[in-house]
Design a protein around this ligand. Sequence first.
Ligand code: CA
Length: 431
Amino acid sequence: MAQALLYTTTLLLFLRSFSSAQPQYSPESCIPNDEFGKYCPTTCGVADYLHSYKPKVDKDLSDMEELLEHISNLTKGAQDRVDYMKDSASQAQKSISPDVYIKRASSMLDDIIRFEKNILAQEAQINDLQQILDSNDKQMLQLKELSIQLEQKCKQSCQDTVQIQPTTGKDCQDIANKGARVSGLYFVKPLKAKEQFLVYCEIDSFGSGWTVLQRRRDGSVDFSKNWIQYKEGFGYLSPDDTTEFWLGNEKMHLLSTQSHIPYVLRIELTDWDGKKKNADYAMFKVGSEADQYRLTYAYYLGGDAGDAFDGYDFGDDPSDKIYTSHNGMQFSTGDRDNDRYEGNCALQDGSGWWMNRCHAAHLNGKYYKGGKYTEKDAGEYGFDNGIIWATWHNRWYSLKETSMKIIPINRIGVGGGQQAGVKQFGGLGDI
Ligand SMILES: [Ca+2]
């Protein structure tokens, strides 16, 4: 742009000087030449030629002068504008305190630092979370491994701890007769049983084999069960006699009714002072399910715990003893009322038992640690619902341990007749 302007200006000056330097032109002094320069260019011819163009050139020059002036004006305007801007800039620079810039810059710097810190903190958090994730993954892996190990260990320990003795028989005395001298878990198969089942056999050194039907020790098993559960049995059999269970009414029926040689039921009791007492019943039987697993026995054979199965005179009613006897009673549970009471003894006491109206003996009752309990402790109905043997401890005292076990009657007294009150029983001979 600048170069083009310079060039135009130079040309204009040249034309002007040329135009103004020529002498006054007279058209008659020159020979007209139609084709300027044809073999004979003369000054005159050139002058004529130029002269014919002069008005146009003058106008062009004038236009160009105007244009130039305009351009010059524009240039000046631009220059002025630049100057103005320069002034403005310097004035602006002068008018704003450097402190503001510093403050602004400093503020921005603070922001940047803050953002940077945030970013760093977030990165640290992400890093921490990643580490936690990694750690969790490791823990998960370890737990999985542990779980697999435990699973394997559990299987092993189950195999290891539950030792089932190899001898079998129709009851524990049969097993003892075959030479077994160790107490533990054995399979028995009573005569009418379709399948063998597991029992705990208490076998002494004299070869007496007791088949255990019931065990209370520590309250670890809830004896509040329904008909089916009492029928099939519940709780846990253990090879070292450390657990609580009810063998089951059906099994008791099969065991107690299989032989022409009757069984003795021995009830062993321990109170919270550690005292032990027992009661034996001859010709113990549990009827079939069709007869609601009725309890029968011939007589009280003896024992220092007293004959609670025969009922107890609590002093409430003249009929107490009759109402609380158990011989001949059918079995009752909360869901099957076979008792002689207008209510439901088993439901009110939360147990299953050979209920009358209701009981003087109640070995499947609620477990009360320490023994003594009250109507309030007994819950909703407020009746005596503990583990009761009324001829030893009163009905508001719950025994600590119980067991019910059977043995063929001819074994009673074998080994010295160590049980107080137990008659020597002979004449039937060994099985
Ligand atoms: Ca009833």
